[in-house]
Design a protein around this ligand. Structure first.
Ligand code: FUL
Length: 481
């Protein structure tokens, strides 16, 4: 549904032409998710390692009180909408009874070799209404075929088939780029095009993660935040995964203005220093405030928030992590449950004839389809101001903006002004918006706010202006929100 005009792809969805690269339908529900959990679990949990060697006996994997529904309720309580499990990490141990390997749960004492972590977790997710995803590491330090070329690529494709056909819908498939030596000392040349084809065939709705997407990209760090300027578009030609010339960290963090493809950033980070559970890290769980900060710099910087919460040797999420998740959720809800602009008077400096009324901007459309209602200026306009007026002044420290991304990411600079004692003063400037931009400002009491879109790649368009106040007390000099 697109046509090429002067090098730009213009979508024909609705009355307004798209600008630049546009998201695929499978990416839009992913953009709507309020974070999702990452789960690193396997032999490393029991051997205290981060990267298993692949020669660990299956007998080490023996959780004593395994309970996937306890994980899922902790994630759901945190407000997360999905889970991605390390079905196979670099040690090659399969958390499902793969017919392609002898190094699996079937060779462990857990449930007498009849357990299946994917079955248990996908079932618990389905029961709780969470989406289920998988991380399948191509690097396999156990499999005898690793490093043999086609032989191993065939094994990997078959493993993908197993995990993508037996456990219901998969919302995301996570391709790690690591490519080290296998048990025979050889490295493997991965057939990523072939791996991707299996995913598209079996789970066409799943988004695929890697350094270059195709559907979402690594953000270039494992600290859980995207750049303040963050384009969902990325130049991909000539770039690969892992050792194969990935985009620069700079490109991954900020995206590329007018990049070739829609490949938004996913921000992965662990709630603990390591990805796997370690007893000595029980006291190092990130605080609710730190998690909230990362959330606002990922979800609120046009990215997604992927938080790793590793189960312990019992096969349960430790109490410290559960408590941190609960505290995090309280901060998110207290800040974002309410849009203080709802019910205020909204006016736009100009609107396209086919635009929704500007009032739609404060009518919180969270969860609704992104193309439901949005405000857009006439085609020839490149600068526009939205004014929000309150009868009773409000006190705020966050402004949230969202673009209707199905017609492309346009905005490259905005200015926010608040009226204080009868005069407007600038309280923030920001660069890109995209799916969502949270702008943190100093606490201010105002009865009128002006949001000016000062520079865009097309006519200015927005689908939400959120006005919020956190319950946080500022801690000067801490760098925290
Ligand atoms: C990395 C891996 O090497 C780490 O062990 C972890 O799984 C992280 C999410 O991705 O590339």
């Amino acid at each position: 549904m697109g046509m090429i005009v002067a090098g730009a792809i213009l979508a024909q969805s609705g009355p307004h032409p798209g600008v630049g690269a546009l998201p695929e339908p499978r990416q839009l529900p992913w953009h709507e998710m309020r974070g999702y959990a990452f789960v690193h679990f396997g032999p490393n949990t029991f051997t205290d390692r981060e990267w298993g060697h692949g020669d660990e006996p299956g007998s080490v994997f023996n959780p004593t009180e395994f309970d996937a529904s306890q994980w899922v309720s902790a994630f759901k309580e945190a407000g997360f909408e999905g889970v991605i499990l390390t079905a196979k990490h670099h040690d090659g141990f399969c958390l499902w009874p793969s017919a392609q390997s002898t190094h699996t749960v079937a060779a462990s004492p857990w449930r007498n070799g009849r357990g299946d972590v994917l079955r248990a977790l996908s079932g618990a997710c389905a029961d709780a209404g969470l989406k289920f995803g998988v991380y399948l590491s191509p690097w396999d330090r156990n499999h005898p075929a690793y490093g043999t070329g086609d032989g191993y690529n065939e094994v990997f494709r078959a493993q993908l088939r197993e995990v993508l056909t037996s456990y219901g819908p998969t919302f995301e498939v996570w391709f790690d780029g690591a490519c080290g030596e296998g048990p025979n000392g050889k490295r493997q040349v991965y057939d990523f095009p072939g791996f991707r084809a299996v995913v598209r065939e079996l789970q066409p709705g799943a988004v695929m993660f890697s350094d270059v997407g195709p559907d979402c990209r690594w953000v270039g760090n494992e600290s859980g935040h995207a750049g303040e300027t963050n384009w969902a578009t990325l130049n991909v030609t000539g770039f690969g995964i892992g050792n194969d010339h990935p985009p620069t960290a700079e490109s991954l963090r900020h995206g590329d203005r007018q990049g070739e493809r829609w490949v938004p950033a996913e921000c992965d980070v662990s709630i603990r220093p390591g990805w796997f559970w370690h007893e000595h890290e029980n006291g190092k769980v990130k605080s609710p405030r730190v998690l909230f900060d990362l959330f606002e710099r990922s979800w609120g910087h046009n990215g997604s928030f992927l938080l790793n919460v590793p189960p312990d040797r019992r096969g349960r999420i430790h109490d410290n992590d559960v408590a941190a998740l609960r505290g995090f959720r309280e901060l998110v809800d207290a800040t974002y449950d309410q849009n203080l602009a709802q019910g205020a008077l909204v006016a736009a400096s100009s609107s396209d004839a086919a635009s929704s009324p500007a009032a739609c901007l404060v009518d919180d459309s969270e969860g609704a389809s992104p193309d439901d209602a949005y405000w857009i200026a006439p085609l020839e306009v490149s600068k526009a101001t939205i004014t929000i007026d309150w009868v009773d002044a409000v006190t705020l420290d966050r402004v949230q903006l969202r673009e209707p991304i199905h017609i492309g990411q346009r905005i490259e600079s905005v200015k926010v002004e608040a009226r204080v004692a009868g005069a407007y003063r600038e309280i923030a400037t920001a660069t890109t918006v995209g799916n969502r931009r949270v702008i943190r400002v100093e606490l201010v009491e105002t009865d009128s706010l002006r949001v000016t879109v000062s520079s865009t790649l097309g006519s200015p368009a927005l689908r939400l202006i959120g006005v919020h106040r956190t319950p946080l007390k500022p801690t000067p000099g801490s760098g925290a929100p």
